[in-house]
Design a binder for this molecule. Structure first.
Ligand SMILES: *Cc1c(COP(=O)(O)O)cnc(C)c1O
Length: 429
């Protein structure tokens, strides 16, 4: 049975938005083009639930693309932000909270002794690269196909054909000079990685250790260890972009989970607890190259913003061992249920998950890299997402993203999600 979404108010707002905002949105994926519909305008969120401007409610599996591991409008986070705001929203001078959040991150993340805060993950990744180049005196970067590190010029690039290829800009406006120093290697391809590190002298090998921006494509056994080994052997810095995986797949991110410790780590999303904050960190020796301790320049008007610090700290305080066990159980129930529902409807999918992350690939074959992710049936995925939305489940509106189950999702909500997913699979089968 086809169910359609009531979206009169969203449609009106979209028309208005199109007059003043390119594509009607402030970040492209929100436009929902990839699943063949118009954007849905949100009115409010509470726990795992979203309400749109037409009064539809959804069980939300985007959770602002990761920051909201505690769900929407968490009372403790709201109280912390409100209290901070009452004392002033920004000073452009240091505050005690900045030390506290740096201590907290360093305590959790093995590769971070010291960090510098920024306002976005993009900025943090850009700055980590500057530091890696300064520390090594080299310019080239190794990036994996399908990995996302923000929208900085040098990394808005994908490979041409071939194993390890020089990068081509993926956006107009990115000069070819900006990507000329970037070499793209397929994820999970040991041979291509080894060859690239033999052919080029890299400043940094950059990776999302649990890539989640081509859908979730975990590393194959030994691949992160190989990254570490090749970086060390060739004098490159290993940079883990844990903007999604940090504080999510485990308290200390993928590096805690796997024991592979990078030279530099980029965090964001959960780190800011739903407000704009990110950071890059590493050993004291490397980080003290940053101004004013050293001469690598990097700055920010709102860096270390007291509201964002309060939200990040209030969030991290709740992320203890019990929380991760619960998140793991929630994710496993969700992934297992989605897998069963697809099987019952005879829709071929590959459901991949790790604690706090899950992707339903519309693929008959396992997805191991960006090329195999791109072979998914995007039409059917889009139809399934539209069917979910119409029934009250809000999935990431793209095949190349992951679901973000949170600590706010109850087992009843997960069960309800699986029932809805089954109906949506039946509709598209
Ligand atoms: C979201 C994301 C970024 C960029 O963070 P912004 O805050 O959106 O600039 C960088 N790296 C990864 C892995 C991300 O998921």
């Amino acid at each position: 049975m086809t169910v359609s979404l009531r979206d009169t108010r969203s449609s009106e707002l979209y028309e208005r938005a199109l007059q003043y905002l390119p594509g009607g949105v402030n970040s492209p994926v929100r436009a929902m083009k990839a699943i063949g519909r118009d954007p849905i305008f949100i009115e409010r969120g509470e726990g795992a639930e979203l309400t749109d401007v037409d009064g539809n409610t959804y069980i939300d599996y985007v959770c602002s693309w990761g920051p909201l591991i505690l769900g929407h409008a968490d009372p403790e986070v709201i109280a912390a932000v409100t209290e901070a705001a009452a004392s002033g929203t920004t000073f452009g001078a240091p505050t005690a909270g900045e030390i506290e959040i740096a201590e907290e991150a360093a305590r959790r993340i093995p590769g971070i002794e010291m960090l510098r805060m920024t306002s976005s993950g993009t900025e943090a990744a850009m700055s980590a690269i500057r530091l890696a180049r300064a520390a090594t005196g080299r310019e080239k970067l190794l990036k994996f196909a399908g990995a996302y590190h923000g929208h900085l010029d040098g990394l808005l690039a994908e490979a041409g054909s071939g194993l390890a290829t020089n990068a081509q800009p993926t956006s107009p406006g990115v000069p070819s000079a900006a990507t000329a120093a970037t070499v793209i290697v397929p994820w999970n391809d040991a041979e291509a990685l080894i060859r690239a590190t033999e052919e080029h002298e890299f400043a940094a090998i950059l990776a999302e250790p649990y890539p989640a921006n081509m859908g979730l494509v975990p590393p194959t056994d030994g691949f992160l260890e190989l990254l570490r080994e090749r970086a060390t052997a060739t004098g490159a810095l290993l940079v883990f972009d844990e903007v999604i995986s940090g504080f999510r797949v485990a308290a200390g991110g993928a590096q805690e989970l796997t024991g592979v410790i990078p030279d530099l780590t980029v965090v964001g999303k959960i780190f800011g607890g739903g407000l704009p904050a990110a950071a890059y960190g590493g050993s004291r020796e490397l980080m003290e190259m940053i101004a004013p301790a050293g001469d690598v320049y990097q700055a920010g008007t709102l860096s270390g913003n007291p509201l964002a610090v309060a939200a990040g700290l209030a969030t991290m305080k709740r992320l203890d061992d019990a929380a991760y066990l619960r998140l793991q159980a929630t994710t496993e129930a969700l992934a297992g249920g989605l897998r069963e529902a697809a099987k019952a409807a005879e829709v071929p999918v590959d459901v991949v998950h790790t604690t706090g992350l899950c992707t339903v690939f519309f693929s008959e074959h396992p997805v191991v890299d960006y090329a195999s992710a791109q072979r998914c049936d995007l039409e059917t995925h889009g139809a399934w997402c539209r069917a979910l939305l119409a029934r009250g489940v809000y999935p990431p509106p793209s095949q190349f993203e992951t679901w973000f189950p949170s600590l706010a999702h109850t087992s009843e909500q997960v069960e309800q999600t699986i029932e809805i997913a089954a109906a949506a699979f039946a509709e598209i089968a």
